[in-house]
Ligand binder design. Structure first.
Ligand SMILES: Nc1ncnc2c1ncn2[C@@H]1O[C@@H]2COP(=O)(O)O[C@H]2[C@H]1O
Length: 738
């Protein structure tokens, strides 16, 4: 028998449980969780519904005559899972199921065949079926079937008598207590589990942490080891590079002597940058910070104002001034700043050229290779030292060839770099003009009369225009000068002198008097320059050829030559660190060479258009001549190029010209003069020399005057201090001796 009311009641409760379940599920659905998460949540929902149901069940279990205690149970909704999965709402009529387990408290009253578990379905047919078949429970009113609500009448254990015993009032409390205890126990267990879980997790975390900590020093030491290894390897590579670099560009004699000077603490103090102390000439000794900032910007970022600032900073640099204003601005836009520290190599011979350089501060050595014909060895020597205002690196860019020399910095040097593309677009015109000047000059010489334009162009391309101050030795020993041919473009302040270095035989060189005399004469030669303006480095003087002719005719040397400014395009492009003639004499006299067996004879002078020792170039005899500057602009062309581009015909013509010219005079005439000189010298006595010398010092500003006379020998045997010789074809020869 089924108590319909109870059944209905259960149905209602079940429906409510299902509704709760449904609402919970909806909530979960709303939160858009995945089906898996929802299913997990469903368990919790079912648990929650069960709690509610349990409370409800407790209420009616109190009403049965024999006492049971609800010990557990589950409530599931058959369609819940599918509803959750499909997201469909759960209707009130859908099947739900509750399973309740209980314990019999008063076993003696319990019916036989009783089962502790019972399942209820809200499905009426299932409920009926189940209820009917179910062994234990439910419900049969004892007295009145309908309308009876008293608990003792409401339920009756099937197959047993309803005793109608009063309900134990403490039962509810006991059950509740027990249930609470169980709940607490469960909660505690869950807590314990959670704590255990947390402990395990914490342990794992700590373990991990510890491992990581122990790993850190390991990693650090590994990294350190790697770093040291990298440093060692890099060090080795750099050392190899340095030694390779040293092998490639061995130190030249000039570099070595400069280094020795630098290392000498006493001299070091006076090795200062003189541009710092120059007033007016340069406002900026070093590139100022504001200029560096501009130079760091890209070309497009530089404003017009910044360009003009850069331009005013660079104005005054010799090689920069050669360019037109437009090109200067183009370069200001594109140039970058580069500081190179001593003793680094800026560019290396044989490399591909990518930039052109201006020296803003500092200086560099230009080192070239030289083939020693005697030994066949290749030697490096410093061809030039370039200073502030000079430029280099143009040859490779203009001719599309490899670098022709190596450039090594002499001290910390600031460079302004112009990239190849900018240089190729803007600068060639300047160099074209210089080339045109060189070609024009060569064309004016008889030597090149029959040369084609192309051949001349090729020769002139690598030819260099050089400006020399007075008293500098341009060629020390013509027999050893195998690289260049020197052509005088402009003779500043009269003539350059060509000196013949003669060696006396043993028999002729034993007089002490003559030694002193030779030395003094050489000093005098040098002293005579000292009073002249160009000797102080002032190169803005130049002599008109006509004036010189006039002067020669007059035979007066006192008359000051007319001066004119050297054209800017002929300004010095490079300069050579060369010996002073004075210093050479001093060093030779110190070592005793000069005193014993050497005498220098001034055998000729070079004027514009003259070529130094050209006869030796064409037919080498091995004679030794020296070329000393009195202030000149020279064009030097490569001997190699000269022969490479000359034809048989041009060579033949050149020889003819040179023979006719016989300039400077051939050995025979010089030898004659030398022996005459030495013969004269032998007869001199020290007392006569001293007497005469004192008189001259008193009467003349110059200690000893070199007289230029034509067709007259003025050698005064026994007391002569100057001797002039005319040898027909030689324009002017001064032989100086005592
Ligand atoms: N004998 C020399 N005299 C002056 N400058 C030179 C000499 N040889 C090379 N140079 C310069 O050194 C530079 C090396 O690179 P480039 O060949 O491009 O251009 C060269 C010239 O600017």
């Amino acid at each position: 028998m089924i108590d319909l009311e109870l059944s209905r009641e259960l149905d209602e409760r079940g429906a409510r449980a299902a509704a709760v379940l449904y609402s919970w599920t909806r909530m979960a659905m709303k939160s858009k969780k995945t089906a898996k998460t929802l299913l997990k949540r469903q368990d919790r929902l079912e648990g929650a519904a069960l709690c509610w149901l349990k409370d409800e069940a407790l209420r009616w279990t109190q009403r049965i005559s024999w006492r049971i205690m609800l010990t557990g149970g589950t409530v599931t909704c058959a369609e819940t899972t599918s509803c959750v999965r499909s997201g469909k709402p759960l209707s009130d009529t859908q099947t739900w199921r509750m399973k309740i387990s209980w314990k019999i408290l008063d076993a003696e009253n319990a019916p036989l065949g009783y089962s502790e578990d019972e399942v209820f379905y809200n499905d009426p047919s299932a409920s009926l079926r189940r209820t009917a078949s179910a062994g234990p429970v439910l419900v049969r009113p004892t007295s009145s079937m309908k309308g009876s609500t008293a608990p003792e009448n409401l339920l009756e254990l099937r197959g047993s008598e309803y005793t109608g015993e009063p309900l134990d009032c403490d039962l509810t409390a006991a059950i509740r207590k027990q249930s609470a205890k169980r709940r607490i126990k469960r909660i505690m267990e869950a807590e314990k589990e959670r704590a255990e879980q947390e402990r395990i997790e914490e342990e794992q975390r700590l373990k991990e942490e510890r491992r990581r900590r122990s790993d850190t020093p390991y990693e650090a030491s590994t990294k350190f080891r790697w770093a040291t290894r990298v440093v060692i390897v890099l060090g080795r590579v750099l050392r190899a590079l340095v030694s390779y670099s040293a092998d490639m560009i061995p130190e030249t004699a000039t570099q070595r002597s400069f280094r020795t000077l630098r290392d000498n603490s006493e001299v070091k103090e006076i090795l200062f940058n003189k541009s710092l102390y120059q007033r007016g000439k340069s406002q900026y000794a070093y590139v100022p910070e504001w200029a560096k900032k501009i130079l760091m910007k890209s070309a497009m970022e530089r404003s017009e104002n910044e360009l003009s600032q850069l331009h005013s900073m660079l104005k005054g640099l010799t090689s920069y001034d050669k360019f037109t204003y437009r090109i200067q601005l183009a370069m200001c836009r594109a140039m970058t700043y580069l500081k190179v520290e001593h003793p680094r190599v800026v560019l290396r011979k044989g490399h591909i050229g990518v930039s052109f350089y201006f020296i803003f501060s500092g200086s560099v050595f230009v080192n070239v290779e030289e083939l020693l014909t005697k030994t066949g060895h290749v030697m490096w020597h410093t061809a030039i030292t370039l200073n502030r205002g000079d430029s280099f690196g143009e040859l490779a860019l203009l001719r599309n060839i490899k670098r022709t020399a190596s450039v090594v910095v002499r001290e910390d040097t600031e460079l302004l770099v112009v990239e190849k593309n900018v240089f190729s677009k803007t600068c060639p015109r300047i160099f074209d003009k210089e080339l045109a000047d060189k070609i024009q000059f060569c064309k004016s010489l008889t030597l090149f009369e029959q040369w084609t334009d192309d051949a001349l162009k090729n020769v002139c391309f690598e030819a260099q225009i050089q400006e020399w101050k007075a008293n500098k030795i341009i060629v020390k020993d013509s027999s050893k000068e195998l690289e260049w041919i020197y052509l005088c473009m402009q003779s500043i302040n009269r003539l350059n002198i060509i000196i013949y270095r003669a060696t006396m035989s043993e028999s002729e060189s034993d007089s002490e008097d003559e030694v002193t005399g030779a030395e003094k004469i050489l000093e005098a030669m040098e002293l005579s320059y000292k009073d002249e303006p160009h000797a102080k480095g002032d190169t803005s003087y130049i002599v008109n050829e006509e004036d010189e002719e006039d002067e020669d005719e007059d035979g007066t040397e006192e008359k000051l030559p007319e001066i004119e400014i050297v054209p800017t395009e002929l300004e010095r492009r490079d300069k050579r660190v060369s010996e002073n003639f004075t210093e050479l004499i001093k060093s030779e006299s110190k070592t005793g060479k000069l005193n014993k067996d050497v005498v220098y004879l001034n055998i000729a002078s070079m004027k514009s258009g003259d070529i130094f020792d050209v006869s030796e170039v064409l037919r080498p005899t091995g004679r030794t001549l020296m070329l000393v500057s009195k202030g000149a602009v020279l064009l030097r062309i490569k001997r190699h190029d000269f022969f490479r581009y000359s034809t048989k015909q041009t060579l033949r013509q050149a020889r003819k010209v040179v023979e006719e010219l016989d300039y400077p005079p051939r050995r025979s005439s010089i030898a004659h003069t030398t022996s005459a000189v030495f013969g004269t010298v032998k007869k001199c006595t020290a007392s006569i020399y001293r007497e005469r010398r004192t008189r001259e010092v008193l009467t003349s500003r110059n200690l000893i005057r070199t007289e230029h006379a034509r067709g007259k020998e003025t050698a005064d045997t026994g007391s002569c201090c100057s001797l002039s010789v005319e040898t027909g074809k030689i324009r002017s020869i001064s032989v100086i001796c005592v």
